[in-house]
Each structure stands twice: as structure tokens, then as C-alpha cells.
Design a protein around this ligand. Structure first.
Ligand code: FAD
Length: 300
């Protein structure tokens, strides 16, 4: 495999790391190595990389900020592509803003605020990037980012394609894409909004998060999706799992839908703890919890 990577590396201009531990690139701080961790310098670099990987049959996956990723301890066979250099945000119409995949959520909210536009203030406190937020349809307070999205620019089958939101299948914390698709940018249709109102939205969100999410240890936010009409944290509490631990992974004492790394946790600890939580909730309430966190990679 390394001769394949040597061939790709020759023309690559970005960062190119082999056997890169993904524990360095995920908020849970666990995860084995990716065969290749690549940070393309620009769109041409990304296109050449994806074409090279595809030609050699090497699988790849995009990473945003790594705030919703649980990578197993054996790591990832193939490439992880970080779009962290794609941070551009631009206004392209009176109420239209295009943000590239690597732009941080808060930076996009701020950009809109400065232009008297708003609507997506609810993502200001969600850690991560626009690419990850689009793929996860990240949201809060009953809103999801894709409701404010007019179209996505995708890298699909080695070519750039604009995809209207009505052509896409999405829902609560999910967007279905084709294998190999990478979100390059999102076009948001916003509303005129007094910058002061947005400021209050941002401040209230941060306050609420500090009081509710201040778990004090590395996490990936809510580990499980909320089942329709239910709050997962209540179900987990009812099952008596608040504070339960496997190795270094623990159900947070502060917010029981947050699984935290108390230090030295492995992905296997998180997987075992998640399985215990699911079993306990199933026994007590008959509800099968589903992970919101994206679980990828191989066991050790
Ligand atoms: C403290 C805390 C609080 C949180 N609160 C919330 C919340 O209120 N609401 C909420 O929805 N989430 C929340 N999260 C979870 C997380 O922040 C979101 O899911 C976020 O959108 C993940 O973005 P990311 O850039 O880190 O994506 P990553 O974690 O890097 O990736 C997530 C998924 O998206 C894919 N992906 C990433 N970039 C791209 C791309 N360019 N194209 C295609 N696919 C891509 C990845 O392959 C992966 O499957 C929280 C997390 C933490 C740690």
C-alpha cells in the first residue's frame, strides 16, 4: 500500500501523514491510526487525491472537526481526508451565504451576523465544521442546519456537483449521501436579522451549554439520538446508568447522554459501555437507542 501512497504523495501539496493516530483528531481522544491522513491544500489537490485513491481502490472518508467520531482502536484502512483548509465563507446574494466545508460553525454565524443576516444561530455552540454539520444535519432546539440550506456542493464521483436540497434525503441528525461523496460547501438562505438579536442567541446558547454540557472530560456530545418524543438522557437515567463506567469510559455524571473519556479510555471501552447502556435501556423502557456518534474503523 505504501507504494500507492508514494505515487499519490509525489504530486500532493498538502499535509500527508501515514499511520496517523486518530486519537489526535477526535474529541473523544480515542482511535487507532489511519493508513493515510491527508489535508489537501486546495480543491485541485483534493480532486487529484480522490482520483488517485479511487484509481488504486483505496477507500477514504472525510473528517471535519472530529467532534462526532468514534474511531475503533484498530484505526482506518484507507485514507482520512481533512478539509480543514477549506475555510472560506462568502456572501453571494442579499440573503445567501456560501460556507466551505472546513469553516467552523461559529465563524459562519459571525460572518452572517456582520451582514445583518441570521437564522442559523442555533449552530453557534455546536463544535465542528460546516461539512460535518451538513452530514450530521447538526442542530439544536428543534432546528437542523439543512432546513436553512438551499444546496450543497458535493465532490461526487471525482467531479464537483451542485445538489439542490430537495434532491437530498435527510432527517434528524442524518443526510444520506452516496459512498465517496464529500461535502465541499453549503449554500445557506438566511433572513435579515438584527446583529444584536444574533448576539443574544449566541450568548444564550453558550450559557445553556455551559450549564448543561459542562461535563469536564472529552466527549462527542450526545452519544445517542433522542428516540421520537423521548430524551435519551431520561431513559439512561431511568435505567440507572448515570455514572456507569467501563475502563476509562463513563456515562457522564453531569449529562447522562454524554459518554466521556475519564482518561486512558479505549474505543473498545466506549463500545462496551454503549452496549451496556443500550441493553439497560431496552430492559427498562423497551426502547432501542441508536448511536448519534459515527462509529468507524476496525477493532484492534
Ligand atoms: C460538547 C459537544 C456538544 C455537541 N452538541 C451538539 C448539538 O447540540 N447538536 C448536534 O447536532 N451535535 C452536537 N455535537 C456533535 C458534533 O459537534 C456535531 O455532530 C458536528 O456537526 C460534527 O461536526 P464535525 O465537523 O466535527 O464532524 P466530524 O465529527 O468530523 O464528522 C462527523 C461525520 O460527518 C462526516 N463528514 C465530516 N465532514 C464531511 C464532509 N465534508 N463531507 C461529507 N461528510 C463529512 C464524517 O465522515 C463523519 O461521518 C456536540 C459535540 C460535542 C463534543
Amino acid at each position: 500500500m505504501s507504494s500507492v501512497y508514494d505515487a499519490i504523495r509525489r504530486s500532493f501539496r498538502g499535509e500527508f501523514l501515514e499511520n496517523e493516530p486518530l486519537s489526535r483528531h477526535t474529541s473523544l481522544k480515542v482511535g487507532g491510526p489511519a493508513d493515510l491522513y491527508a489535508v489537501p491544500a486546495d480543491l485541485d489537490d483534493l480532486l487529484a487525491l480522490v482520483r488517485g485513491l479511487t484509481a488504486h481502490g483505496v477507500p477514504y472518508m472525510p473528517r471535519g472537526g472530529g467532534y462526532n467520531l468514534l474511531v475503533r482502536d484498530g484505526g482506518i484502512r484507507g485514507a482520512v481526508i481533512s478539509l480543514e483548509r477549506f475555510t472560506q465563507v462568502e456572501q453571494i446574494g442579499p440573503d445567501l451565504i456560501r460556507a466551505w466545508a472546513g469553516a467552523e460553525n461559529l465563524a459562519v454565524v459571525r460572518f452572517a451576523q456582520e451582514r445583518g443576516l441570521g437564522g442559523i444561530g442555533f449552530i453557534s455552540g455546536i463544535p465542528g465544521t460546516i461539512g460535518g454539520a451538513a452530514k450530521m444535519n447538526a442542530g439544536a432546539y428543534g432546528s437542523g442546519l439543512l432546513e436553512w440550506t438551499r444546496s450543497l456542493t458535493l465532490l461526487r464521483r471525482d467531479a464537483v456537483a451542485e445538489c439542490g436540497i430537495s434532491e437530498l434525503d435527510y432527517g434528524y441528525r442524518r443526510l444520506s449521501l452516496l459512498p465517496g461523496d464529500i461535502v465541499l460547501a453549503a449554500l445557506f438562505q438566511l433572513e435579515p436579522r438584527d446583529p444584536q438579536q444574533t448576539e443574544e442567541e449566541i450568548r444564550n446558547d453558550f450559557e445553556l451549554r455551559r450549564s448543561k454540557h459542562g461535563v469536564g472530560f472529552p466527549s462527542a456530545g450526545s452519544f445517542f439520538k433522542n428516540p421520537p418524543g423521548k430524551a435519551s438522557w431520561r431513559l439512561i437515567d431511568a435505567a440507572g446508568m448515570r455514572g456507569a463506567a467501563v475502563g476509562g469510559a463513563q456515562v457522564s455524571e453531569v449529562h447522562s447522554n454524554f459518554l466521556v473519556n475519564r482518561g486512558g479510555a479505549t474505543a473498545a471501552d466506549f463500545m462496551a459501555l454503549a452496549a451496556r447502556v443500550k441493553e439497560a435501556v431496552l430492559q427498562t423502557s423497551g426502547i432501542a437507542l441508536e448511536e448519534e456518534v459515527r462509529i468507524v474503523g476496525e477493532d484492534a
